[in-house]
Design a protein around this ligand. Structure first.
Ligand code: OKP
Ligand code: ZN
Length: 343
């Protein structure tokens, strides 16, 4: 299986910590995550690696209204150690002035764990380019299934906002590239958290069918969306499916959700698939709460590979550094074997 890397993946490495009541919070998206995955895949031998190609920034700007904000704010930072966080979140309001200036960051960024640093734009663009390169390769029928080893993740980045460690929506950008060749694209998000950005990007569109299996948002990030009654609207009516699971969901419940995805997708008849693969569903993930052991990713990969669709797999979360590589290897190798033509 072909793996596309973001050559800049480690340049964005926030060091900020937040201390509250004796607890220290820090980012879980450590810059070493892709190299742990790479090591596990290299160990198996059935994977080849290629760097991402460059794409024009307009591709990103077309989906994300704040593209220029990130680009310009990052370009204005001189000290590579500096981390910019939002200071004020305006919420809803009329007539809000937009400025590509650090103090306006709360207008575009939803939280306090997704900072901008000098190299954030380059890193996030490289991640998006890894996804778009993978999609380009699948679109050109060079390979049937390609894995984009994205970092940072993308699924919380939407048309208006970025957050949740995500800047640009890698899966959404991959889908846009696939649409140049395939009329209907399905996106399945199997990260522990709801893919709110992906949902919002395509909520009123009928050409991209968005689905997400995640923890009940009533108790987990991103709280405000990810409920089962969000079906899409206008042209996108019926083209969004959320499958929230209880905290502590086990492998059987998870596989049942994967099967409902496959069934729900049938009438849509997708020509290609994008998978946002997060391994924070693992039983020992420091953020996630599901009960999925390392070996179960083989079953998940097998079911999704068995759909035998042209597929782009984009890396999302997964924060237990001890198991991350093995989870990815289990998922990708079994996907490849079940698919049969992944290459
Ligand atoms: C990104 B992804 C931890 C708070 C973390 C942000 C979660 C972002 C998840 N105390 N909040 O893996 O979907
Ligand atoms: Zn997640």
């Amino acid at each position: 299986m072909l793996v596309i890397s973001n050559p800049h993946y480690s340049l964005h490495a926030p060091r900020w910590e937040f201390k509250l009541g004796g607890e220290t919070y820090s980012t879980k998206d450590l810059a070493t995550r892709p190299e742990l995955i790479r090591k596990a895949l290299e160990g198996e031998g059935g994977f080849t690696f290629r760097d991402a190609e460059e794409f024009p920034p307009e591709r990103i700007a077309r989906l994300h209204g704040y593209h220029d904000f990130i680009k310009e704010v990052c370009a204005g930072i001189t000290n590579p150690e500096e981390e910019i966080y939002p200071d004020l979140f305006p919420g809803e309001g009329a007539g809000i002035v937009r400025k590509n200036h650090p103090l306006w960051m709360g207008l575009f960024c939803t939280d306090a764990v997704t900072p901008l640093k000098k190299e954030t734009y380059r890193t996030a663009k490289g991640s998006a380019e890894a996804a778009m390169t993978a999609a380009r390769v699948v679109k050109d029928r060079e390979h049937e299934a390609v894995y984009a080893m994205c970092r940072p993740s993308g699924h919380h980045a939407g048309p208006r906002n970025f957050g949740g460690y995500c800047y640009f929506n890698n899966c959404g950008l991959a889908a846009q590239v696939l649409l140049e060749e395939f009329p209907r694209v399905a996106i399945l998000d199997i990260d522990f958290h709801h893919g709110n950005g992906t949902q919002e990007l395509f909520y009123t569109r009928g050409d991209v069918y968005t689905t997400s299996i995640h923890c009940n948002p009533e108790i987990e990030y991103p709280y405000f969306t990810g409920y089962a009654d969000e079906h899409g609207k206008e042209q996108g009516e019926g083209a969004n499916l959320n499958m929230p699971l209880r905290k502590e969901a086990d492998t059987a419940e998870y596989l049942a959700a994967i099967d409902s995805f496959a069934k729900a997708m049938e009438p849509f008849q997708p020509d290609a698939l994008v998978i946002g693969a997060g391994y924070d569903t693992h039983e020992k993930d420091p953020i996630g709460a599901f009960r999925i052991p390392t070996g179960a990713y083989r079953k998940i990969g097998e079911r999704l590979g068995g759909l035998r669709l042209p597929t782009v797999i984009c890396q999302e979360g997964g924060y237990n550094l001890e198991v991350l590589g093995d989870c990815a290897l289990n998922f990708l190798a079994s996907f490849r074997d079940a698919h049969g033509r992944a290459g």
